[in-house]
Each structure stands twice: as structure tokens, then as C-alpha cells.
Design a binder for this molecule. Structure first.
Ligand SMILES: [Zn+2]
Length: 402
């Protein structure tokens, strides 16, 4: 079929999967037309749409979750904190999709000299053109922060792709006083208001629990709104996790990092265990998990890259060990971050939402499939769309994210 005779709209009828909706999981048929979910129904009749080819797919025995929303990743490649030879390669589109990720928020890591927000924005736009819902945080670990325009408020106001500000506590050169946190909170609040987005301050915690204590003091005196804050890397060690849990009780959001594994960072709390502990103690809507992909750590003279698939590994462990019901895991791995950052239409499986769907099995062992914008981009673990910068075959054009 020549491109000119391609139908403008396609439909998918996904039959019989266990669909994790906002309030529970049930066997449902899903009708996807174009890029969006049209209907979620217990038993849809055969569908005939004039001029629209409908592909029917049997998902019996499979679980359908919202595609994962990863709000901390380094798509340009992070690293660089150990010298130029520790900079990492960019993350390819298919490295995200084969990890079940449909939306990603990129940020800069330790190196903000060679790695810039301009390069990050360009990479985000490249991923969007391929069909991933890609965004970024302005700001950085250091303080005062590097930005796109020289000003956090201008970045938040002028770029829809910028969904919040990254900063850090408990790191060398990071925010170090309650006063600095207050000023940062003011910039986030004002820039988000003029940018028309929820205020989001994404705070990297170092492994020293005094970082969390500083956040606690700033929240306690009333000038850092708890609801604005997400603290990430809460599973560095049991002390940081305990401090983060206390902070969560004040309303702060807590984010578990998939690459902080005991085998990578001795003393770390395994991410799936951290999720389980937090679910016991913190309202589910305050909990997220992110990959932190794009960084690396040295091991026996080599660098071990942190891949997006580490996030999927945590989800698989949570499913296999029944850490929570699938619809709650859908919230923790997708819906919560999307709602928090005002990413409308992603992170949920409901009529009208973008058809970004992760098909997985409840044992967590089988290869995944992923639908993005109404098209399968991964089938049984095999990527169907590959990133041109990876040297693969030229991709079929995707409907770019608007
Ligand atoms: Zn990171």
C-alpha cells in the first residue's frame, strides 16, 4: 500500500485483558481509535467503523496497565561526575519503549557544563517526534542552578515541555540552607503559575539523611509547601528511607529510584522493598518510582550503565511479589507522576486518554508489549520502532506528541 492510500485513522480492538483502571482491575475490551482510547467495556460487540481498519488483538490472560511515566531520567546521557570518560551515551527511543515507558521527564545530572538544558530540550523534542511523551525539568543539582533562559521562572513560563524544577539537598554545591529552599520554592510557585502548570520541585536527596532534615525544617516553617515537593532517591539506605517516610507524612511526595540497587550501591534498600514499605505507611498517591536511567557507576574499572529497563524490573518484582493490586501499581508507576506534573491524558487507562498501554503478565516474567498513541511500538519484547540515532532502519513516522 502506498503512503498516499494509507488510511488516516486506524483502530485497535484489544480483547479480554485485565485492565488496571483508576479504581480497580477487571477483564475489559478496549477500543482504541487513532491515538486515544474510545471505549473501555466489559464485552464490546464487533466493531465496524467506515473507512477505518480495525485490528483485533487477543489479550486474554494479560494485564493492561498505563504505559509507565518515568519522571527522572537522563535522555542525553548523564554521568560525567567522575571526569569526561564517565559521560554516558544518549538513551534511545526503543530503550524507553522496551522498558514499558510511554512518558519521560528528562533532567541533567552531575555535569551541567558539557550537558546543557538546550541539548536536553532538543533530545526531548526528538523523542516527542518519535511518539514518546517527553518533557524536562529545568534546574540541576548545583545551586544557583543552570537553566535554559537564565531564569527558572522564564523556563517554566515559556516552555510547555518544562514541567518543574530539579534541585538537590545533601550534595556538594547544592542548596544548603532553609533560606535558599524558600527562594527556590518562590520561583517554582510563581513560574508555574505563569506557565499554567502544577508547581513541582523535584529534589534529589544525597545519601546523607541531613538533606531530608533540611527539607523538613523548610516545610515546618511554612514557606516550602509540602505538596510542591517530590524527594527522589529515597532508597539510598534505611535511614534516608525512614526520614523520607516522615517527610511524606507532612505531604511531601516520595520517589523510589530503580537504579539504586544494593548490588550497585551497597546499603541501598531494594526498590521493590522500598515501594512495599512506603505503601504500608504513606498514601499511595504520594508514591512514585523512576528509572534514573542514563547514569552509571564504576565497577572493576568499567562503567555499568543504568538502563530504563531497571524501572520495568521493579514493576515486575512488585507484580510477582504482589506488593499491591495492579491498579495501585499503575498509580505508583504511571498515574501519580502524570497527575502531579499536569500531564493530561497519560498515566491512566480511561476513555479519552491517550492510548499509551503496557501489556504485561501478572507473573512479571513474560516479554512486554507497548502501545503508544494507538500503535504497537513493542510486541513481545521486540521494538517495532527504532531510533534513527541508534543506526537502526529508518522508523515509520509516528504521530508526534502535541
Ligand atoms: Zn538522576
Amino acid at each position: 500500500m502506498s503512503p498516499s492510500s494509507e488510511p488516516a485513522v486506524r483502530a485497535l480492538l484489544l480483547r479480554g485483558g485485565r485492565v488496571a483502571g483508576p479504581s480497580g482491575t477487571a477483564v475489559r475490551d478496549l477500543l482504541v481509535v487513532g491515538a486515544h482510547v474510545l471505549t473501555v467495556d466489559a464485552d464490546l460487540p464487533d466493531v465496524h467503523l467506515p473507512g477505518v481498519p480495525v485490528t483485533e488483538v487477543d489479550l486474554r490472560g494479560r494485564l493492561v496497565l498505563p504505559a509507565l511515566v518515568d519522571q527522572h531520567s537522563h535522555p542525553t546521557g548523564g554521568g560525567g561526575g567522575g571526569g569526561p570518560h564517565t559521560q554516558n551515551l544518549p538513551i534511545l527511543f526503543e530503550q524507553y519503549t522496551t522498558a514499558g515507558i510511554g512518558a519521560v521527564v528528562g533532567c541533567l545530572g552531575h555535569d551541567t557544563v558539557v550537558r546543557t538544558h538546550e541539548a536536553l530540550l532538543a533530545r526531548v523534542r526528538a523523542l516527542r517526534a518519535q511518539g514518546l511523551s517527553a518533557y524536562l525539568f529545568t534546574g540541576e543539582i548545583g545551586h544557583p542552578p543552570a537553566t535554559l533562559t537564565g531564569d527558572l521562572r522564564r523556563d517554566l513560563t515559556l516552555f510547555t515541555e518544562v514541567r518543574g524544577v530539579k534541585a538537590a539537598v545533601g550534595e556538594v554545591g547544592a542548596v544548603g540552607t532553609v533560606d535558599e529552599l524558600h527562594r527556590l520554592a518562590g520561583a517554582v510557585a510563581r513560574g508555574s503559575r505563569t506557565g499554567g502548570k502544577p508547581p513541582a520541585l523535584h529534589l534529589h536527596l544525597g545519601a546523607d539523611p541531613r538533606g531530608a532534615a533540611l527539607v523538613g525544617r523548610a516545610v515546618a516553617d511554612g514557606l516550602l509547601p509540602a505538596a510542591m515537593v517530590t524527594i527522589t532517591h529515597v532508597n539510598w539506605n534505611p535511614e534516608v528511607l525512614a526520614a523520607a517516610t516522615d517527610l511524606a507524612r507532612t505531604g511531601v511526595h516520595v520517589d523510589v529510584t530503580a537504579c539504586i540497587l544494593p548490588e550497585y550501591f551497597p546499603g541501598a534498600v531494594p526498590p521493590h522493598r522500598a515501594v512495599a514499605e512506603l505503601l504500608d505507611r504513606v498514601p499511595v498517591e504520594q508514591i512514585t518510582v523512576t528509572s534514573d536511567a542514563g547514569g552509571s557507576h564504576p565497577h572493576e574499572g568499567a562503567l555499568v550503565p543504568h538502563r530504563p529497563v531497571l524501572l520495568l524490573d521493579v514493576l515486575r518484582r512488585c507484580l510477582a511479589e504482589r506488593v499491591a493490586a495492579p491498579h495501585l501499581l499503575g498509580a505508583v508507576f504511571a498515574g501519580n507522576a502524570a497527575r502531579r506534573l499536569g500531564l493530561t491524558g497519560v498515566g491512566v487507562v480511561t476513555p479519552g486518554a491517550r492510548a499509551d498501554l503496557l501489556v504485561v503478565d501478572e507473573s512479571g516474567r513474560e516479554p512486554i508489549s507497548l502501545v503508544l498513541g494507538g500503535r504497537f511500538v513493542v510486541e513481545a519484547g521486540i521494538p517495532l520502532v527504532t531510533d534513527p540515532i541508534g543506526g537502526g532502519p529508518a522508523p515509520e513516522p509516528m504521530e508526534a506528541v502535541s
